[in-house]
Design a protein around this ligand. Structure first.
Ligand SMILES: *[C@@H]1O[C@H](CO)[C@@H](O)[C@H](O)[C@H]1NC(C)=O
Ligand SMILES: *[C@@H]1O[C@H](CO)[C@@H](O)[C@H](O)[C@H]1NC(C)=O
Ligand SMILES: *[C@@H]1O[C@H](CO)[C@@H](O)[C@H](O)[C@H]1NC(C)=O
Ligand SMILES: *[C@@H]1O[C@H](CO)[C@@H](O)[C@H](O)[C@H]1NC(C)=O
Ligand SMILES: *[C@@H]1O[C@H](CO)[C@@H](O)[C@H](O)[C@H]1NC(C)=O
Ligand SMILES: *[C@@H]1O[C@H](CO)[C@@H](O)[C@H](O)[C@H]1NC(C)=O
Ligand SMILES: *[C@@H]1O[C@H](CO)[C@@H](O)[C@H](O)[C@H]1NC(C)=O
Ligand SMILES: *[C@@H]1O[C@H](CO)[C@@H](O)[C@H](O)[C@H]1NC(C)=O
Length: 813
């Protein structure tokens, strides 16, 4: 039965294409028959008739978004079930009832009237010879003179809430032209609502999202040559090209879709969100490509003047280095509106600069552009002019300098520009503590060697503070330029001994990456899991330190939470939140317990792991490669929500770093990507591979390593691939999943998993794409290529043992 369903799914695709073809031919017939795509003064369009663009993408006609009595004339995407409206003519004056007619007068005025001749809307054009109205394939309705082809009027000059490819947002300070998007009032009322999305000609053009005429909701950041600096998603890709042209008086912004099979639009919706939507021409449902504002740090000036916002930290707001909250009391109450002020006044002659990386550059309203200056000249200029408070180089515009307050800065994990902030020289040498609490400060210089903090250093610092018990904090500096701090409570060894019943065997939960793990309970009742570093483990010291460094910086629903650490004498302990349900492998590979995991729970686990991994790769301020993702490293809480654990082997990448080579391959056989296992090359894509394996294991309830007796040489990946190519992919499903599940979603999961385990790392999707693909119902996914390692090849193991530089952690930790 299932087998045939899988084929049916493919059959549906073909059918859809068929309908599409039919749609096209219908359009062609209509061109020869009644309306077609053009209209002349002898024809009129009454309610119920339409114009269709020649390629069948758009149609012009009457519609009612809400009250059926209210009729509007508009352009929509043809065939979309909810009539995705791209443009509305009579936004503010609906016709009452279906007696509307669109007439073109002989001298070229396009008029929308009701049966008694009352005019609801018109183009106001006149004196034309042989006027013709045409709906173009781009969705642009144009009014031209038939013989001269003079353009008299076009709908693209009158945007409503949607920007189509080729349509321009435009601002001209001399002629006061301001073409911008305005939201609908509500989904049933196209009249202009509260929100508008406009080009501003500051030092550099930027787009602003306004609510009414006083409140700025969001700002894109200055143009950087490829896109707007505050939208990291706007980088070079083969789907879109973004185009901004302009000078100090005028600017226009538009975009093109490079991929012919794709449609895209930018929509300002009624609740003030700008959405970039995409769909394949063959698929009628739209997907979100990005939307703005997407998090609290996107809110304009969320942290006030001279504040900086980062979603990876809680609270998200901090003052720029060298600045303190203007009103500390308000600031502690998370009211950041009044912002920050300089701690030490500038001394014009001896100031210096502090560089902040990967930021959205501040509002350029009061900034100046010096397009010809390079970084060095930019710095010199800023240093010489006492009122200059910061400078930066932005791809599209060269040098930008700011005066006064710096407003609306946020930090990204990917993309963004460098900003150099002027500070008094005394602020530059060392960093002073912001809040006056006493803290230990450990400065870690990230070196080529990676992340190896001499443990004795912590130890020494710890000894100095031995008297204190819980509540002391270690503060680590990641790198000077980032200037961020984190706090990690130190636990007292007696507390831990009491909590774990002196590390009794009864409390032992299992063996972790570098030693045993114990369950415990603190005095206040909180349950903890304590990881104890084996005393003789040299490897363990690296991993322990690494784990502290990596995980202490992270906070996410799908990552296990580190509560603190303890270093005393020989003892090195990590204290975690305790998770009731142990690890995922105890469920999916267990004959009895697998029954607890129905389809919905499995999907929830897959999505949770995907989000946790996305956070590691991209959404935290660091780029972290886990390197040992596997079922036994996914812990489950009471509600069976997944949490990624075991960061002993994780690596922190520089954000622009793509891959790294190591001759110490750590990880688990069965989960390692080919390029990592064979060549020691790891990247985010090696984690994606492991994720793909994990998804297949979750769906099938089988270990990748487990070789099927009958198909001796093929592992789980190989089996999944074979079933996929034969169209029998649902057969891979664990019987314990039961029957109540949507097959299309399972097919989607399998397809995504197969995309993740493709042999070529560049073919594998990023976790961001994985989350997007899993999150939408209707995404049209690429066809996967052959997976890497789909044959359980003994050759691999020979490779490992022949090189004693490479060590492998075999599963079973
Ligand atoms: C609209 O045009 C049609 C024919 O082109 C004409 O019969 C009709 O009277 C016009 N309606 C109005 C209100 O001008
Ligand atoms: C619209 O027309 C209907 C009947 O044709 C009438 O009952 C209604 O009052 C009209 N509404 C307005 C706002 O004119
Ligand atoms: C045409 O619209 C006007 C203005 O709304 C209205 O007064 C008139 O009754 C309408 N005519 C018809 C036939 O609905
Ligand atoms: C506008 O877009 C945002 C983000 O996609 C969404 O959460 C919100 O519901 C949308 N508003 C409406 C009215 O559709
Ligand atoms: C602190 O917040 C209150 C209430 O929002 C405001 O009235 C006050 O001016 C703020 N204090 C400062 C120093 O800005
Ligand atoms: C600025 O610093 C220089 C060198 O430290 C010092 O000589 C000068 O007096 C200072 N000027 C002001 C206005 O403080
Ligand atoms: C620009 O300067 C004006 C006048 O000083 C000030 O009111 C405004 O807040 C400044 N804008 C920004 C973004 O700094
Ligand atoms: C310093 O910069 C400000 C703002 O850009 C400018 O108005 C002023 O003329 C500059 N002063 C000098 C001496 O260049």
């Amino acid at each position: 039965m299932r087998l045939s369903k899988c084929h049916e799914a493919k059959g549906e695709m073909a059918l859809l294409e068929w309908f599409l073809l039919l749609g096209f031919s219908a359009a062609t017939i209509l061109v020869h028959g009644q309306p077609g795509d053009t209209m002349t003064p002898t024809k009129s369009i009454v309610d119920g008739q339409i114009l269709i663009s020649s390629d069948g993408t758009f149609e012009l006609g009457f519609f009612s978004p809400g009250d059926p009595n209210n009729r509007y004339l508009g352009i929509h995407y043809r065939g979309t079930p909810d009539k995705t409206v791209a443009w509305v003519a009579n936004r503010i004056s609906p016709l009452n009832g279906s007696m509307g007619v669109l007439n073109l007068t002989g001298d070229g005025n396009l008029v929308l009237l009701n049966s008694t001749g009352y005019v609801f809307w018109s183009t106001g054009t006149s004196n034309a010879i042989n006027p013709v109205v045409k709906l173009l394939d781009s969705g642009n309705l144009v009014l031209i003179e038939g013989t001269s082809k003079n353009l008299l009027w076009q709908s693209f000059d009158h945007p409503s809430d949607t920007l189509l490819p080729g349509m321009k947002l435009e601002r001209d300070l001399r002629t006061n032209v301001d073409r911008h998007l305005t939201s609908w009032k509500s989904s049933s009322d196209p009249s202009p609502g509260d929100y508008s999305y406009k080009l501003h000609i500051n030092a550099v053009p930027e787009l602003f999202l306004w609510r009414g005429s006083v409140q700025i909701v969001y700002r894109t950041g200055p143009w950087n040559g490829r896109g707007f600096g505050g939208i990291p998603e706007m980088k070079k890709n083969n789907m879109f090209r973004f185009i901004l042209t302009g000078n100090e008086y005028e600017a226009t912004y538009t975009f093109e879709v490079l991929d012919n099979s794709i449609l895209s639009r930018l929509l300002l919706n009624e609740t003030g969100t700008v959405q970039r939507l995409v769909r394949y021409k063959s698929n009628l449902a739209w997907d979100f490509y990005w939307w703005l504002p997407k998090d609290p740090c996107d809110e304009y000036a969320n942290c006030g003047a001279n504040g900086v916002c980062s979603t990876s930290y809680s609270p998200a707001c901090d003052c720029l280095r060298g600045f303190t909250p203007k009103s500390p009391q308000n600031w502690t109450m998370r009211d950041n509106a009044d912002g920050c002020a300089r701690r030490i006044a500038l001394n014009c002659s001896s100031d210096g600069f502090f560089g902040l990386e990967q930021v959205k550059l501040p509002d350029t309203s009061n900034a100046t552009a010096h397009s010809s200056k390079n970084l060095e000249e930019c710095k010199d200029w800023c240093l010489k002019n006492c009122s200059c408070s910061a400078y930066a180089i932005s791809g599209g515009s060269g040098c930008i300098t700011w005066t006064g307050d710096l407003v609306d800065i946020r930090v990204f994990t990917e993309g963004g520009e460098n900003l150099y902030i002027r500070l008094a020289s005394s602020e530059l040498g060392h960093r002073r503590d912001n809040y006056g609490k006493k803290k230990l400060i450990v400065i870690i210089i990230s070196s080529l060697a990676g992340f190896l903090l001499p443990v004795c250093f912590i130890h020494l610092l710890w000894k100095k503070n031995r008297k204190s018990k819980q509540g002391k904090t270690i503060t680590t500096h990641y790198t000077e330029s980032r200037g961020n701090e984190l706090e990690l409570p130190l636990f007292d060894i007696h507390t831990i001994r009491t909590a774990t019943n002196n590390f009794s065997d009864d409390n032992k939960l299992g063996e972790g990456g570098f030693g045993p793990v114990y369950k415990g309970q603190l005095d206040d009742g909180e349950k903890i899991a304590v990881k104890r570093l084996s005393k003789d483990s040299v490897q363990g010291i690296h991993e322990f330190t690494n784990e502290v460094l990596v995980i202490a910086k992270l906070q996410h629903r799908n990552l296990v939470r580190l509560l603190g650490c303890c270093i005393e004498g020989e003892e090195r302990l990590l204290v975690y939140e305790y998770l009731q349900n142990t690890s995922l492998d105890c469920f999916i590979f267990d004959r009895r317990r697998r029954a607890f995991l129905d389809w919905q729970k499995r999907l929830n686990i897959i999505l949770g792991v995907a989000r946790g991994l996305l956070y590691l790769h991209q959404d935290s301020r660091l780029k972290i490669i886990h390197r040992d993702l596997k079922a036994s490293n996914i812990l489950l809480d009471e509600e069976l929500n997944p949490k990624i654990s075991d960061f002993g082997t994780a690596r922190i990448f520089k954000v622009d770093q793509i891959e790294e080579n190591t001759n110490r391959v750590v990880g688990t056989y069965g989960y390692m990507s080919p390029e990592y296992a064979m060549g020691g090359i790891f990247s985010v894509k090696s984690d994606v591979f492991s994720f793909g394996v994990l998804v297949l294991e979750i769906l099938s309830g089988k270990k990748n390593r487990m070789i099927n007796q009958r198909e001796a040489r093929v592992n789980l990946l190989g089996r999944a691939w074979r079933l996929w190519t034969e169209g029998r992919c649902l057969e891979i499903l664990d019987k314990a999943v039961g029957c109540a599940y949507p097959e299309s979603k399972i097919l989607q999961c399998i397809q995504v998993a197969l995309l993740c385990v493709q042999e070529g790392s560049e073919d594998r999707p990023t976790m961001a794409e994985v989350v997007l693909m899993l999150g939408t119902e209707s995404a049209l996914l690429p066809q996967p290529q052959k997976p890497g390692f789909y044959i359980a090849t003994p050759l691999m193991e020979r490779n490992w043992s022949s090189s004693n530089k490479i060590t492998v952690t075999i599963e079973g930790r």
